[in-house]
Design a protein around this ligand. Structure first.
Ligand code: B12
Ligand code: SF4
Length: 500
């Protein structure tokens, strides 16, 4: 029987998490194939580690999970090297990047198959077919090349999550010590566990990569299942806090409340991602129960206070600027910190309109801070991941945007850093606009330092607030070098760059 090597390319400089994507794939072949895992986050020289395994010719299948950004930067050269040195291996990529950019991936010539969305069934079925020289054409969620043609098999319905096998934590621990490598110190606790309790999302925001991958579907593990898994890790490795990495943890009020009641006695702090319109419908009683159960902070894609932009983003549901503000005030009563992320720099008919939109949202963010000063603000400059066929997609194409055509271009410095000042990847955004967003962000982060930076003590907070205060109050954001210097000296943490 052939063996499987699973690779999680490096995704962050520090604060590494349980590699949930590749762990799901490990679970799918557990007991069927012998597998090993290489985590680029924990290896200084991952290729050497991979090579040491591949010297055993029984290793025939390589599964790699790929997100855009740093993971791609490591995945590309390593995949190429593997294929050159071990041409007998079959290379299978899965995750958000290959699902959305399958053409560039398959055109590389070194990736044999892409798994389109969930791989829990597709991956073991593909391996079985390849192992037995059987046809794989009917396997769902598969993308591959036949000659020059790209073939996409049909998409599978989402799997009931409670039917999936348990993640092989004990085996992961044989490769990398879970307690030491993956349970990190955060604002929430000393040993924070990353857990993924549901897949997909029922909404269709036109800028979001989850939409083409999961097609507005959502399936969750039951509250009891989630609790049991967490309890196991708590008891075995001492986890004392949880980050839920679900795209949308709070879709079901019932499940959230059930889970809250189960987890409450464990006294763990936790965090998750949600939608404002969904949670605004939760009853006061539910919000109180969630907070008592340890939920300290919730991440919301507020995106914009401008209703026209919310519509352009197809934010769906009922979210509006007014609701975003009302909800920030409501959460204050429950002592839950709203972490609002905004996307600035959406395309518009004229450059003046783009700038107007940016200024509108800057003022809106300040209004939110006035309503609830504990609201954490995360600002992104819009970078397109539009859903094909959406109005937004047509608009960004019409504005001169296009994705790279091949993997080399994807990992070029311009795309990796998305350094828009020097590189007009989104042509409707001028240097002046980017500066405006970035400078405002610096002043805002100076005046309201994030609570998630646990190294920033009170005197540092006060000093930086003092430095930024006048600028913030009189709306003067240009060249905030003095704040940048303090951020640099204290290695200020930005959740948008370093993880939540
Ligand atoms: C955890 C996480 C991170 C962690 C990485 C932790 C780690 N393990 O290494 C951190 C915080 C570092 C991170 C960073 C980034 N992330 Co991130 N991240 C996630 C998150 C929240 C969870 C990933 C996860 O564990 N999923 C759980 C598994 C079970 O689901 P899954 O990945 O979909 O896996 C299934 C299938 O995709 C498939 N599959 C996946 N891999 C493989 C591999 C093989 C071989 C096969 C067969 C199948 C397969 O099968 C799996 C099981 O069904 C996702 C959103 C989400 N909820 O998925 C975003 C997400 C993947 N990240 C995203 C992005 C953009 C980034 C960043 C590039 C930018 C950013 N601003 O966030 C940065 C890059 C890093 C950096 N430092 O700049 C986007 C990707 C969008 C896109 N265009 O593709 C997502 C979707 C968030 C979003 N909604 O925008 N991220
Ligand atoms: S609600 Fe969030 S995860 Fe769901 S489609 Fe919109 S942005 Fe994506």
């Amino acid at each position: 029987m052939s063996k499987v090597l699973l690779f999680n390319p490096k995704s962050a400089i520090a604060k590494h998490r349980v590699p949930n994507s590749i762990m799901n794939i490990a679970a799918s072949v557990e007991g069927k194939f012998e597998w090993v895992i290489v985590d680029g986050n924990c290896e200084e020289y991952p290729y050497q580690k991979i090579e040491s395994y591949l010297r055993d010719p029984a290793f025939k299948y390589i599964g790699i999970t790929v997100m855009p950004g740093p993971q791609l930067r490591q995945a590309v050269p390593i995949s190429k090297q593997i294929k050159e040195n071990f041409p007998h291996t079959k290379m299978i990529w899965g995750g958000y990047f290959p699902t959305n950019q399958f053409k560039a991936v398959l055109d590389s010539g070194y990736v044999d198959f892409v798994i389109n969305g969930p791989g829990d069934h597709a991956f073991p079925q593909l391996l079985d077919a390849l192992e037995n020289n059987a046809p794989y054409e009917l396997i769902k969620n598969l993308i591959y090349k036949s000659g020059n043609k790209i073939i996409k098999s049909i998409k599978q319905d989402l799997i009931e999550q409670d039917t999936l096998p348990a993640l092989p934590y004990d085996k992961l621990n044989d490769f990398y010590d879970i307690g030491k490598k993956y349970l990190g110190k955060t604002y929430l606790g000393n040993k924070t566990l990353a857990y993924h309790s549901s897949i997909g999302c029922p909404f269709t925001c036109s800028f979001c990569a989850v939409v083409p991958t999961y097609e507005a579907r959502w399936k969750a593990k039951s509250a009891q299942h989630v609790y049991d898994d967490i309890k196991y890790i708590k008891d075995k490795w001492g986890a004392d806090a949880i980050e839920f990495h679900d795209n949308n943890f709070f879709v079901s009020e019932k499940r959230t409340v059930e889970f809250s009641k189960l987890i409450r006695p464990e006294k763990m702090n936790w965090w998750g991602m949600a939608r404002i319109d969904t949670m605004h419908r939760f009853s006061d009683e539910s919000l109180a129960t969630i907070r008592e159960a340890g939920c300290k902070i919730i991440f919301f894609g507020a995106e914009s206070g401008n209703d026209k932009i919310l519509k352009q983003m197809d934010k769906g549901g009922t979210q509006s600027g007014e609701q975003i503000a009302t909800f920030a005030a409501r959460l204050k009563k429950f002592d839950i910190i709203p972490e609002y992320s905004f996307v600035l720099g959406m395309p518009a008919e004229t450059p003046e309109k783009v700038m107007e939109q940016i200024e509108f949202d800057i003022n809106f963010i300040k209004k939110i801070k006035d309503i609830n000063s504990r609201t954490e603000i995360v600002i992104y400059v819009y970078s397109p991941v539009p859903t094909e066929g959406s109005e937004l997609y047509k608009e960004v194409l019409a504005n001169g945007f296009s994705f790279p055509k091949n993997l080399e271009e994807w990992i070029s410095p311009a795309w990796q850093n998305f350094d828009l000042r020097k590189n007009p990847l989104t042509p409707w955004l001028t240097v002046e606009m980017i500066d405006k967003i970035k400078n405002f962000e610096t002043v805002l982060n100076g005046y309201y330092p994030t609570v998630s930076d646990i190294r920033l003590n009170n005197w540092k907070r006060n000093l930086i607030r003092l430095t930024a205060g006048l600028r913030y109050k009189i709306n003067f954001y240009q060249k905030p070098y003095e704040i940048k210097l303090l951020h640099k000296i204290w290695k200020y943490r930005q959740p948008e760059l370093q993880g939540f």
